[in-house]
Ligand binder design. Sequence first.
Ligand code: UDP
Ligand code: GLC
Length: 405
Amino acid sequence: MAGTLATAAGLDPARATVPVETRGTRPRVLFVSHTGTMSGAELVLRDVVRAWPGSAAFLFERGPLAEALREAGLSVQLAVPGADLSGLRRDVSPLRALPVLGRLARLGLDLARAARTCDVVYANSQKAFLLAALPARLVGRPLIWHLHDILDGAHFGRAQRIVQARLANACAARVIVPSQAAAGAFVRAGGRRDRVTVVPNGLDLTLDPRPAAALRAELGLPGGPLVGVFSRLAPWKGQDVVIEALARVPGLRCVVVGSALFGEDAYAAGLRDLAAARGVADRVLFLGQRSDVPRLMQAVDAVVHPSVDPEPFGRTLVEAMLAGVPVVATDAGASSEILDGGALGTLVPPRRPDRIAAALAEILARPAAFAGRTRLARERALARYGAARMQDDLAALVRQVAARA
Ligand code: UDP
Ligand code: GLC
């Protein structure tokens, strides 16, 4: 909160965090997540809960998130198997969701019991919020919704947007979003402006700059022009557009890092077919899911962030800035605010392989011309997007909500 207020006042949020000692007593928080898989929102949660040892988590499914939360000192409760929420598409119509309502009611009761042992309920996803809203109300606990999505027409149907915004107005003590873009979409969907607070995501800032050539040798990556795209494989993440772009830049190779985390296997297979069809199969290196993304980023000549729909935040963008490599990103969602309106990275329209190709060709032809911009991008990321700042901002909000309750 302090950092957000500081940003609004034009101050450096990294210097405006709330000291832990001045925050008073510590409320007990119940963190709720629908998934146990680690994508960006769960990586954020993993870092957020480090400030809340002794608190609790309620997860709708098993997976690496449960382990990460236990390691951070939380007691983790898993919903009884069978709630089947992963199969429930987030844009499903209310009628088609009816058959699972019985199972969800059981889950709601378990959630209510867990919430009763805590002071605040903190829903870290859209499904978690929808399912925690009633149980939290039932036991009189304030509910925070950390909304990692953009409530716009690209990601949600109209009815979905309206229901979520109205439910938030009625049930959420606070809605936290990672960007102005996400805040704007929430308000346009009908969410109350005074309910939403922007807390930009924060990441580990400790990466030391390393020479790309040495890293490539270590990581077994080829020499020559090499770019990378680092995201789970999903249609809206736009890896296909990068493969199309590659076909326009002779000799350029690309590492595609990430896997289909949420059932987008057909899209992942289609990427290989596309690379073969465009004659670039030997220039696209699929590396799968990796745990060394920052290192891999330091090894490439540029990072492409090609999301075709608006990105709520985009941790990979900030990771690329921290890695000190030039960035080409689509101008949709938060990328412009993160890249200072395009001053610190090349912004291109979504779904434009020609524009990505041209931007990459320019970076590869004149790398020295981008050195200053890349240095400034790293400085901006260090100043604004640290995990400690995010933890402090969120802790202040949680305490405020608990105190008001
Ligand atoms: N990531 C990773 N390994 C991979 C691909 C991605 O650890 O193989 C990480 C990436 O470094 C980033 C996160 O997954 O921290 C993705 O977060 P982002 O906000 O960019 O997108 P999301 O997938 O959550 O929409
Ligand atoms: C979601 C968004 C991504 C964001 C992440 C963490 O997964 O798609 O843009 O960075 O949450 O907030």
